[in-house]
Design a protein around this ligand. Sequence first.
Ligand code: ADP
Length: 260
Amino acid sequence: MVVRDAREVSGMQPDIDAAAAATAATGRDGGADTEVVIALRGVERVYRSGHLDYLALRGVDLTVDAGEMVAIAGPSGSGKSTVLNIMTGIDRPTSGSVTVGGRELDSMSEDELAVWRGEHVGIVFQFFQLLPTLTALENTMLPLDFARRGSVEERLTTANERLELVGLGDRVDRFPSELSGGEQQRVAIARAMACDPLLLVADEPTGNLDSETASAMLDVLQSVNRTGTTVVYVTHDVTLGARAGRVVTLRDGVVVDDGR
Ligand code: ADP
C-alpha cells in the first residue's frame, strides 16, 4: 500500500497551491472556535455483488474536530473500515459529502487525492506494510523522499525524530525482521507521521498484537495525539476503544452513538 501511494505521490509535484494547502491544513469551520477536520454528511456506500446491492453505510453523519482522538467501534461488518477508507479518500461514497481539512474529497480526482493524502494523511495498516529490505529509519524516510521534503539531512533528522516519538530511537538501524510485531507497528506509525499529517488513521492497529503490546500501542497513539495530530482508529475491542477521548459506535452502517 505504501508503495502504491508513494509512487502516486512521486509521479508529480504537488499542484495544490499554498493557499489551498493552508486551507487544507486548518479547515476552519466558518469561523467557529473549533476546527473541523472531518465532516461526513449523509454518507452512503453501496457495494455491488453480482446482481445484489449491499448498503454498507446508510447515511453516516460524523464530525471530528482538530486534536481529537476518536475510536470507531462496532461489530464486525458494521462499516468501520469503510468509514475510515472514505475519510482518507481511499474509497468514495456512493452518495453524501466528505470534507477533510477543508477539502471536499468528492470534487478531487484520483491524482489530486493521492497528492493530498500524501501531504495531509498518515495511514497505519494492520499488517504494518513495511519494506523488508529497508531499515526502520529508511522506512520512515520514504514518505519524505517521495514528497521531496527538505534536504536529505533534514529528512534524516525528521525520520529520527518520528522514531524517537514512538520510542524506537535506539532501533533506527534495525530491519523489520529484526523487530518485534509491536516495534514494527511503531515504525509504521513513525512513517505515517513522517510528513506531519493533519490526520492519522489506523485500521485495527492492534489487531495482530497481544493485549500488553496493544495497550502500549495505544500509548504511542496517545503520544501522537498529544503533538496535536487528530487521530482516528478502528477497533472492535471495547477496552482499546475506551483509550480514545471519544468512541463513535457503528451498527449496520449507521452511527448509533457518536460519543459526544
Ligand atoms: P467492519 O470494518 O466494521 O468490519 P467493513 O466496513 O469492512 O466493516 O464492511 C461493512 C460491510 O460491507 C460488510 O458487510 C462487508 O461485508 C461489506 N463490504 C466491505 N467491503 C466490500 C466489498 N469490497 N464488496 C462487497 N461488500 C463489501
